[in-house]
Ligand binder design. Structure first.
Ligand code: B3K
Ligand code: ZN
Length: 885
């Protein structure tokens, strides 16, 4: 909690550190009612910081200072200045040693930042600024130090003692305690420090690196979850191999460890050699984890592993550069997942997420550039813009340079900056130097916020056989940025003739055609490109693979979209044409609903889906994606003023029509898939995942018919499935159905069976929280009283409160504002327990400008109530105050 208004930190105020810490020697004595931390820091004046010996200002929060010495001379209160955030001392020499001892209380730490306890074990989370809650330090990423860490704890309660690097010594004490010392040979910033002490079991494996070194791999977990680690281990080995093959990056320590913990603010953390994971992102077993959960484990294990180079070996100079490591690493993990699974489906999932969630962030009060200029609380900037849009920026560099030059650029970046803390500019410079391309204008993607619009028009000259595409780009104003300069927008495209064949692409002035798919770089506010030798008026396939994070518009007619859906050689754009068609049709229904007209669904959508369903050659995963109508959240994002109820009614109407018209096809495909499931053992491989996704979406449509035969099929799947993907999907379909008795029976049975599995109970909460049937808020309030719910556990908060506020639009946006009141109450309660989680949960309220005046007033009222509710954390204060500004 803060004692004064949080200050805004600006990138322009960055200064190199006055002092450096060459060595950090830590000793932890862990006890049940407190812990002691002794730190010996070997410091020296930073030669880059100029002459003289300015005061040394160490960060430190919630630390009880027990003793302090400089060069072995004990310091008294007159020798230093201690506030609730800093400890200031006056060095007398350019090189000196500080010894400090502090008492901290991990057992009372509900913020889950710094050292804390989770399910009886000690663990840490230091990024971004958690280390200052452990000891007094220069807690900034450009201070990199060699760490040696000794932990001591009761041996019976905490048989496993871990920290970064390699184990170098251990021993026993007389009173039942034991100790271990770990040393990390690589210099690192404090945010990558970690320790773990607990009663843990592990599975062990090994990996031979490309230069022939054997690395021990261990994943630690509470004993009851030891059977859920194989998928994580396989994912780790695949990641290690992939990073060698695709980026030439080899692992550098002799041991790599992952520890699963139950209470964690986000997915996982890349601490050097000792990754700490939210158990939801590493545990996976067919009985308890869905296909989506398996894929998430694979992606997060890869992401954290890839940070060993993109983040750890080369780290960020300051937190404004966060996307340097996060955008790059998300791009790396997305490409890894694309290589391990279906590339097109991975891209579809990522783009759907980006356009629904990140575009909304870009259009809201917290909009910020990929490299922000200022922040109050850095924890609020672990955003979709830094991560997902940051990854899109990297993808665009990859697209513009091509794979080969991009790899040369990344090689140069790692070689040039190994062991350094650097900036996004340094990264781009390496890409420029390796490729010879000037990326000056491109860098606006790092500094300008907001989602660019790209309006495209075409014209065909039948006489000259030329075809011209004209692009107009613009970008709406965002907080603090009224006017924007043109971006460099890579537009991958192709041209289709009337038979659906791809035309060779030759631009005016070129001597020969350059393939049938190519990338144009749009750099001006308005720019035209003319293709020659174009025999007939073609249909353009634009922004293939979603080659830039922009809102593209082209005046496609519905028949043209149908044509692209069938003929485009780019799988992503086939899906995209179907989505655009569905958006047009659904928006028409929304209009009809708003005018109280009878709803009438354009049959072309049905016919398009009929041919998709009937196409047995099409990857079932693609069939499933194409059957998925644009989400309510996406339709809301596209609206000027989101009419929640009309969107819901329109989309449900369309789903019922599709179900009715395509029932037989859906039924036969469902049965074939379910039969295949019954006769094959579960595997989380691409083919089976594809089949189950088709099976489950078919079931959700079929259930809209409310027939006994579908109910029976659903119950059969729920009862007899040998995996969580099918069981949970059947449960969700039942929960959203009007069959109250069957639904209650299934929910009770599921909860009874899985009551001791926290991650499965999270799914049970989410399925109910997301149910759009009337009475949603009351159901959620009731579930908050369930014994498995716990406001102190972030996974539970996300599963119940988060799922309700983000996925259950009709109930959350209830006209009387009760949903908003409920969320505000939870944010106020969470603010005192866990500020990071409180601030995250606020997001839906920050989007108040999207709704009608009555809802706007209700949402604002709740934000004002939060602001007036007492002492707010900097996390919540920043988001609420910026949302109301
Ligand atoms: N780097 C961490 C995120 C830390 C968030 C701190 N509030 C996980 C990741 O992105 O890999
Ligand atoms: Zn990351």
């Amino acid at each position: 909690m803060r004692s004064e208004l949080p200050k805004t930190i600006h990138l322009k105020d960055y200064r190199v550190p006055d002092y450096l810490i060459d060595e950090t020697h830590l000793t932890f004595e862990l006890f049940e009612d407190h812990s002691l931390v002794h730190a010996q820091l070997v410091l020296r004046r930073n030669p880059q910081a100029g002459p003289g010996l300015p005061p040394l200002v160490l960060d430190g929060q919630q630390l009880e200072l027990l003793s302090l010495a400089m060069d072995d001379v004990p310091l008294g209160e007159a020798d230093y200045l201690l506030t609730d955030s800093h400890l200031t001392l006056q060095p007398k020499r350019g090189e000196f040693v500080i010894d400090s001892s502090v008492r901290i209380h991990p057992e009372r730490n509900t913020a889950l930042e710094g050292l804390y306890k989770s399910s009886g074990m000690f663990c840490t989370q230091c990024e971004a600024e958690g280390f200052r809650r452990i000891t007094f330090y220069l807690d900034r990423p450009d201070v990199m130090s060699k760490f040696t860490t000794t932990l001591s704890a009761d041996k019976q309660a905490y048989p496993i003692l871990l920290s970064n690097g390699n184990p170098i010594a251990s021993g026993e004490e007389e009173d039942g305690r034991h100790w271990a010392t770990w040393q990390d040979p690589f210099k690192k910033p404090a945010y990558l420090f970690a320790l773990v002490a607990g009663d843990l079991w592990c599975i062990e494996d090994s990996f031979r690196t490309m230069s022939g070194r054997d690395v021990a791999l261990r994943i630690y977990v509470e004993p009851e979850n030891i059977g859920k680690l194989q998928h994580g281990m396989d994912s780790l080995k695949h990641s290690m191999r992939w990073d060698e093959e695709v980026y030439g990056r080899e692992y550098d320590l002799d041991i790599f460890m992952i520890v699963a913990v139950n209470d964690f603010n986000m997915g996982a953390m890349e601490n050097k050699g000792l990754n700490i994971f939210n158990s939801s992102c590493v545990l996976a077993h067919p009985d308890t984890a869905t296909d989506a959960a398996h894929q998430r484990v694979e992606a997060v294990v890869a992401h954290e592993y890839f940070h060993n180079w993109s983040g750890n070996r080369v780290t960020c100079r300051d937190w404004f550069q966060l996307s340097l490591k996060e955008g790059f690493t998300v791009f790396r993990d997305a490409e890894f997942s694309a290589d391990m699974n279906s590339r097109t489906v991975k891209r579809i999932e990522d783009v759907a997420f980006l356009r629904t969630q990140q575009f909304a962030e870009d259009a809201g009060p917290m909009a910020h550039p990929v490299r922000p200029d200022s922040y109050m609380e850095i924890s609020n900037f672990y955003t979709l813009t830094i991560y997902e849009k940051g990854a899109e920026v990297l993808r665009m560099i990859h697209t513009l340079l091509g794979a080969e030059k991009f790899r040369q650029g990344s090689d140069l970046y790692f070689e040039r900056h190994d062991g350094q803390a650097v900036t996004c500019d340094d990264f781009v410079k390496a890409m420029e130097d390796a490729s010879g391309q000037d990326l000056t204008q491109f860098k606006r993607w790092y500094t300008q916020s907001g989602t660019p619009r790209l309006a495209v028009q075409d014209s065909y000259d039948a006489h000259a056989k030329t075809y011209t595409l004209t692009f107009r780009q613009s970008c709406p104003a965002t907080p603090g940025q009224e006017h924007k300069q043109p971006f460099v927008i890579p537009v991958a495209l192709g041209l289709l003739d009337t038979h659906g064949h791809e035309l060779p692409l030759r631009l005016c002035g070129e001597t020969e055609a350059c393939g049938t798919s190519r990338v144009l770089a749009v750099t001006e506010a308005e720019q035209s490109f003319t293709f020659v030798d174009v025999p007939t008026h073609p249909l353009p396939s634009l922004l293939r693979g979603f080659s830039a994070p922009v809102k593209l518009s082209f005046p496609y007619g519905r028949d043209q979209l149908l044509f692209l859906m069938q003929h485009d050689s780019d799988g992503f754009n086939r899906w995209e044409a179907g989505q655009q068609l569905a958006v047009q049709v659904l928006q028409e229904l929304v209009g009809q609903q708003q005018r109280s007209e009878r709803l009438h669904l354009d049959r072309r959508l049905i016919e398009a889906l009929r041919s998709v369903l009937a196409d047995s050659a099409l990857d079932p995963a693609m069939v499933a994606e194409m059957l998925s109508l644009p989400a309510e959240a996406y339709l809301a994002e596209l609206s000027e003023v989101a009419d929640i109820d009309a969107i819901h009614i329109a989309r449900e109407f369309a789903r019922r029509e599709i179900s009715r018209e395509l029932f037989d096809l859906l039924w036969s495909r469902y049965q074939a898939c379910r039969e295949a499931s019954r006769s094959t053992a579960y595997a989380a491989d691409a083919a089976q995942i594809a089949r189950r996704s088709l099976q489950n979406i078919a079931l959700s449509y079929l259930m809209l018919a409310q027939s006994e035969e579908v109910l029976d099929a659903c119950e059969e799947q729920f009862e007899h499935a040998d995996n969580m993907t099918e069981r949970l999907a059947a449960l969700a379909v039942l929960v959203n159905s009007p069959f109250d008795a069957e639904k209650a029976g299934a929910l009770a049975k599921f909860a009874e069976h899985f009551r001791n599995d926290a991650l499965v109970m999270d799914q049970w909460f989410s399925v109910q929280a997301g149910c759009p049937l009337p009475g949603g808020l009351e159901r959620v309030q009731e579930l908050m009283r369930h014994p498995a719910f716990n406001l102190k556990n972030p996974n539970k908060v996300r599963a119940l409160i988060g799922a309700f506020a983000n996925q259950n639009h009709v109930n959350f946006h209830r006209a009387d504002g009760a949903g908003y009141r409920f969320l505000a109450d939870q944010v106020i309660a969470l603010n005192a327990l866990n500020p990071q989680i409180a601030s995250r949960q606020l997001t839906p309220l920050t989007r108040w400008r999207k709704y009608d005046p009555t809802r706007q007033a209700l949402m604002r009222g709740e934000l004002e109530r939060i602001l007036a509710s007492g002492e707010l954390s900097s996390d919540v204060f920043e988001v609420v105050s910026k949302s109301l500004a």
